[in-house]
Every structure is written in C-alpha cells, then in structure tokens.
Design a protein around this ligand. Structure first.
Ligand code: GBH
Length: 517
C-alpha cells in the first residue's frame, strides 16, 4: 500500500524558492509552508472541472432551449462585462479535440455539467425531451470512457431553463421546482446512468441562493433593487435546493443505485474564516457563525438530516422556511446515504463580529468579511482575483472542520486560481503560470498533510478549470484554466501547471513510487 502512493511533486518548484508570490505593494502575510514530497493514497484521483454554460457555446444548436444565463448574459445594460457564452470555448463543436487534450494530461476524472435545456428545452415535467441533447452528452461520456477518464456529472451548474423561471420563478416555487427537477434527473439517470458512477445534484447552492437572489450578481440577477426581496428570497431558494436535492437522491437510491452502482451527492462551496482578532471571543464566534451561514445552511439538513443551524434560526426567524416533520424524517433517512462530500474551495477570509443588530437582508450571520486581520496581515498572497488569496493553512482547517462535522470522505470538486495579471499577458507568458502551479502544489500538499497527519479522508482533487472559460459576471477576464484559450481563434495551449500535475500523478501509473518522506 505504502509504496504505491503518489507523491506531491516538488521538482518543478526550484525556480520558486524564496516565496516570491507576493508583490511589494501587498500587505504582509505569514510565510507559506514549503511544498514537500508528500504522499497521497494510491486510490487518490485527480481531474479537472468545467460547467456547461462556461465552455459549450452553441446556445440554440440541435434544439437547445434558453436558460437564465442565455437571458442574463444578453441584458442591456450588460451585467456580464459586455460578454456572453454564445461561443465560449466552442466546446460543443470541439469535443473530440478537448477529449484528446484531457487524455494527454493523464487525468483520472473529468467533472462536467449537463445543460438542462439541451435535454428538456423548456425544462418542465410535461415538456418534450430532446434526443439530440442526449446524443451530445452520450458522445462526451463515451469519449471519456474510451480514454479511461471517469465522467463525474453535475446535473445543475446554474443554468435553469428560462421557461421555468418565466412560469413560476424557478427556485422560488418549491413544489413546482422539485417536480420538474426530479423529472429532468430521471431522464439523465435513464440516459447516462449505465456509464456514470458519480452524480452531483447542485453546484454551490449558496451561490445560487445568494449571488442569484440576494446580491443579484449572477443569474437570474434578483435582489431588492431589481424587484426581488433579498431578505426572504435567498432562504426560500435554499429550501427548494435542499428539498429538490433530497428528492433526487431518494429517486436515485430507490430506482437506480442498485443496478447502476453509482453514488450521488452535492457540491458545497465556502471559504475558511479566521477570526479578525483571534483574542476576541466575539470574533471567534463570528468566524464559526459565518461558516454555518455559508456551509452548514445546506450541510446540516443534507448530511446530518437536521434543521438549519440554530444561529440561523435565531437570526432569521420565520424568514427561514420550516421543514415539516415528514420532510425532516426523510432528510434523516437520506443523510446516511451520502457517500462523499463535494467541496469547492478557493480561499480564506477574516471574520469580524458586528455589534449592531443585523439589517433584515443580512446573509452573513452579522459578520464583516476582511482580507487582513487586526494586525494588518493579509491571509496570503493575492492571485488574479482580489478575493482569492493563497491560504493553504485555511484549507487545512476547513478540511478538518468538514470532516469533524459530516464524517464523510471529501472530494475537492473545484480548486484553482488565475495568476496575477494573467488576463493582460500574451499567451507565451500566460502559459508560464508559476503562481497557479505553486497554488496547486500548496493545496495538494495540504491534502496530503490532512490525510496523513489529521486523519481526514480525501479521495480526489479536481482543478478548476480544464481551460480558460466564461467567468460568469466577469466575462472572459479572469482565466482559471490549466489550458490557455485564445478567445479569438479558440486555440488551446496547455499551461505549465498541466505538466506539474501530470508529473505529480503519472508516477502512480508507473507504480514505482516509494514514500520519500
Ligand atoms: C466557482 O464558484 C464556480 O463553481 C465556477 O463556475 C466558477 O467559474 C469558479 O468558482 C471561479 O469563480 O467573496 O464576495 O468577494 C465560486 C464562487 C465566486 C464564491 C466568487 C466567492 C467571491 C466573491 N465564488 N466569490 S466575494
């Protein structure tokens, strides 16, 4: 067992000695740990992740219907940097090329999402199913399997059918949505379940509820200012997400899991929160409360079969919908049927307790979020996104927090970053992505430490993202890919991170690694 481990590769980091990640104008941060030649279990699987709207393009091809992202990205004035996903990476027409690319990277798994409106263009339970949409994902899945890459399928990554949003507000009508989502999921299980072993219902319910229905930064773009109600709608949406997740897990377990031998779960995202003033109990509580408002909001009902965290009940009262006794009993039954926790994670922040009563539309747990602490230290060096700082120590604590609370094997279903200034550099420079490579190395190193030193079970690591793509409200600015995409020519060029990941994991295929630490 021990000598079939794969080791986090350190050879490529010679050039980075001396911790050159931060720029001089940045606030100081504690030194990053060294990246070491550490083991990962032989069963550990790596891959990359994408989402349909961010890469596919072809929004009306072969009978596809419009989603809320087709609508949102065409609003005027633009809310997506005057850009949209009409072409994106043109993945819909370049599947074969992208499959070959993945094969050349030596990935074990590929996590992608299905566009609901390719499968059911109008989305509803009585609406027609589109065979051509099914054919596209069959081609993708078969192409992956032919290359020995395992497909991990997300049913919903933010692109609800526009027709359902127009009919009843999508997530705002719990009963209607549950019924339609269940039907869509059944069609997918029937069509693809013979070849898919890992399913994810929803990607990041927090973002769907808060960014879609509180700040309105993401589709459908609702907030109090745009005709919604930021003090109530996010909590209704969250409730719908939990109950529709439960319905689909129940459906899969009853009708498909036996024959298809697969697993199903959900992907929750969240930062780690450090107290702004570690010596102040109010800040320590604030950090904990912030995690509960972010992660346990969904995690407790889904993985523990419990009501929402008491801190949420206390602050939100009746604006947080109630589960009926029946629903709670069902959630309790299903909680133990989950076999993994899907974790999207990028960064860490500081949490500072606020002492005035929170405004009605507060969704944080009455916490201020900061990137520096009381002494003026940053959480880590800043990446190409202002909110995304390198903080492997926070990642390690969050892995421990999730493991202690939910006791489920964790799959890191998304992790990655853009390099500082990457979007302004020509391709030859962009592919020298040392910052990303170091970030990925540090986060993999952290997983190894969490497994070997903390006893946390972590089964896989999927980099966000396979390739540069449409970054939602930020358009084509931020580049998260390990593959560079030229959005004029659509040419793909692997970045240096690819070779780092490949070398780290290919040792295992040769089966010759010994633990060197
Ligand atoms: C993931 O969401 C998505 O699943 C993926 O589609 C996306 O492309 C990827 O990340 C990269 O963004 O802290 O308020 O300043 C991550 C969701 C978006 C959550 C940015 C934190 C930070 C804004 N994250 N957000 S804030």
């Amino acid at each position: 067992m021990e000598n079939s481990n794969v080791n986090v590769n350190v050879n490529m980091f010679e050039a980075l000695k001396g911790n050159s990640l931060g720029s001089p104008e940045e606030p100081p941060y504690d030194p990053l740990p060294p990246i070491e030649d550490l083991p990962l279990p032989s069963t550990f699987r790596w891959g990359t992740a994408t989402a349909a709207y961010q890469i596919e393009g072809s929004p009306t091809a072969d009978g596809k219907g419009p989603s809320i992202w087709d609508t949102f990205s065409h609003l005027s004035p633009s809310r997506t940097n005057n850009e949209n996903g009409d072409i994106a990476c043109d993945h819909y027409n370049r599947v074969e090329e992208d499959l070959d690319l993945m094969a050349s990277y030596g990935m074990d798994v590929y996590r992608f999402s299905i566009a609901w409106t390719r499968i059911i263009p109008l989305g509803g339970r009585n609406d027609p199913v589109n065979a051509q949409g099914i054919a596209f994902y069959n081609k993708l899945i078969d192409g992956l399997l032919a290359r020995r890459i395992e497909p991990i399928v997300t049913l919903y990554h933010w692109d609800v059918p526009a027709a359902l949003y127009e009919r009843y507000g999508a997530f705002l009508d719990t009963a209607e949505f549950v019924a339609d989502f269940e039907t869509y999921a059944r069609v997918c299980f029937e069509a693809f379940g013979d070849r898919v072993r890992k399913w994810v219902t929803f990607n990041e319910p927090y973002i769907i509820a808060i960014f879609g229905h509180h700040s309105g930064v993401l589709a459908p773009g609702r907030s109090t200012e745009t005709g919604g109600d930021s003090s109530t709608e996010p909590w209704v949406v969250g409730h719908t997400l939990i109950l529709s997740h439960a319905a689909v897990v129940g459906l899969y377990i009853r009708d498909y899991a036996g024959a298809q031998k697969g697993e199903i779960s959900i992907v929750l995202n969240g930062h780690w929160y450090e107290p702004w003033d570690a010596s102040d109990p109010a800040d320590r509580e604030a950090a904990q409360r912030r995690l509960e408002f972010y992660i346990a909001w969904f995690g407790d009902p889904i993985f523990l079969g419990k009501d929402y965290p008491s801190a949420m009940r206390a602050q939100l009262g009746d604006r947080l919908p109630q589960f009926t006794e029946e629903e709670l009993a069902r959630l309790r039954q299903l909680a133990s049927r989950h076999t993994f926790y899907g974790m999207n994670h990028y960064s860490t922040k500081f949490a500072k307790a606020l002492h005035e009563p929170p405004p009605l539309d507060d969704c944080t747990g009455n916490v201020e979020e900061l990137s520096t602490n009381k002494t003026g230290r940053a959480v880590g060096p800043v990446s190409g996104m202002p909110w995304l700082r390198v903080a492997p120590h926070g990642f390690r604590k969050l892995l421990g927090w999730i493991w202690a609370r939910y006791k489920l094997p964790i799959i890191v279903t998304e992790n990655g970053c853009p390099d500082p200034g990457e979007s302004q550099t020509p391709v030859e420079q962009a592919i020298e992505d040392k910052f990303r490579m170091t970030y990925l190395g540090l986060y993999l190193d952290t997983i190894s430490r969490a497994i070997t030193e903390d006893g946390v079970q972590v089964e896989g690591y999927y980099v966000w993202s396979l390739m540069d793509n449409f970054e939602w409200s930020a358009g084509y600015g931020p580049r998260y890919g390990i593959t560079h995409v030229d959005f004029q020519t659509l040419v793909r060029t692997p970045k240096r991170s690819v070779w780092y990941l490949k070398h780290t994991f290919e040792e295992r295929r040769r089966g010759s690694l010994t633990r060197s630490h």
